[in-house]
Design a protein around this ligand. Structure first.
Ligand code: ATP
Ligand code: MG
Length: 266
């Protein structure tokens, strides 16, 4: 056992102790050790996957920026229209990259346990009003309202909760055709605040539901290509809600819509 354990490195994380003999306590120890290795190996592989997905996502905007820079270099200097198109695209891609990096940094701070959380008591209904008002300013294509919002206060990090709600509302906007409805409600139920975000959008196929909170996961690859996005929004929102000892439920029907239900301790 000692010899095997000494040889375990990050490059040989799939090594396991031999538990075939029936030496009671030693066997139990070996089994415990093996299941610990299972857990370490799993999170190591997840972390690797995360780094590789992140690098992959960063390659696209960099390639686009490089492409336009080369174009400018070759013909753009004297051609006003090439110049304008290139500068516009470089700006957009740089902005996309900045957003992606900010999301990655948020998740990394969460993983490391250094994300700051400032708890305060605040009225949830006022935050919802604020979000509805702000959303109306940037999106005129949907009918965004509330039809039941009790005045309840929660003890939480207002900025983070707002960020999480933004993720859900942004998704409802993105995955609901123009003219659709988005309804945000809140009420108290026993010792919890319940928040719902409901849309009349494209919905999420049953098979995708278990994975939508995973990092970089996007349902329906062909459709999501057009809408843009990285698949990090829900991973961030989930982190925030879990940090507040809350839970999230999703109900969705394809072509009918999606309802997100968030429970937070009052
Ligand atoms: P971003 O990081 O920009 O938010 P994203 O919106 O693709 O990118 P998530 O917010 O994590 O990523 O959502 C993951 C996937 O879940 C989406 O790609 C989409 O397929 C599906 N999804 C989430 N919310 C909805 C919704 N309200 N209606 C339909 N599909 C949704
Ligand atoms: Mg999103």
């Amino acid at each position: 056992m000692t010899k095997t354990v000494k040889n375990i490195t990050i490059n040989a994380l799939d090594t396991r102790l031999d538990v075939s003999g029936s030496h009671d306590e030693l066997k139990e120890l070996a089994e415990t050790f093996n299941s610990m290795l299972d857990r370490i190996q799993r999170s190591y592989e997840q972390q690797n996957q995360f780094v590789s997905d992140a690098s992959h996502e960063l390659r696209t905007p960099i390639a686009v920026i490089q492409g336009y820079a080369n174009l400018l270099d070759r013909w753009g200097k004297n051609d006003q229209s090439v110049l304008e198109e290139s500068v516009g695209s470089i700006k957009t891609e740089a902005e996309n990259m900045k957003e992606l990096i900010e999301k990655l940094l948020f998740l990394a701070r969460g993983d490391k346990g250094v994300q700051k959380i400032d708890m305060e008591k605040f009225p949830l209904n006022e935050l919802i009003d604020e979000i509805i008002k702000e959303t109306k300013l940037i999106d005129a294509g949907h009918d965004i309202t509330t039809n039941h919002c009790e005045s309840i206060s929660i003890y939480a990090d207002r900025k983070l909760i707002k960020e999480a709600l933004r993720v859900f509302v942004d998704n409802s906007i993105k995955y609901t055709p123009q003219g659709g409805k988005i309804i945000i409600n809140c009420y108290s139920l026993k010792s919890e605040a319940v928040l719902t975000i409901q849309d009349t959008g494209v919905g999420i196929p049953k098979g995708d539901l278990p994975y939508i909170f995973n990092r970089f996961y996007r349902a329906d690859k062909s459709r999501t290509k057009q809408t843009g996005g990285t698949g990090l929004g829900l991973a961030i929102a989930r982190w925030i809600i879990l940090k507040h000892n809350g839970t999230i439920e999703v109900e969705s029907t394809v072509n009918e819509g999606t309802r997100i239900i968030i429970f937070l301790p009052l």
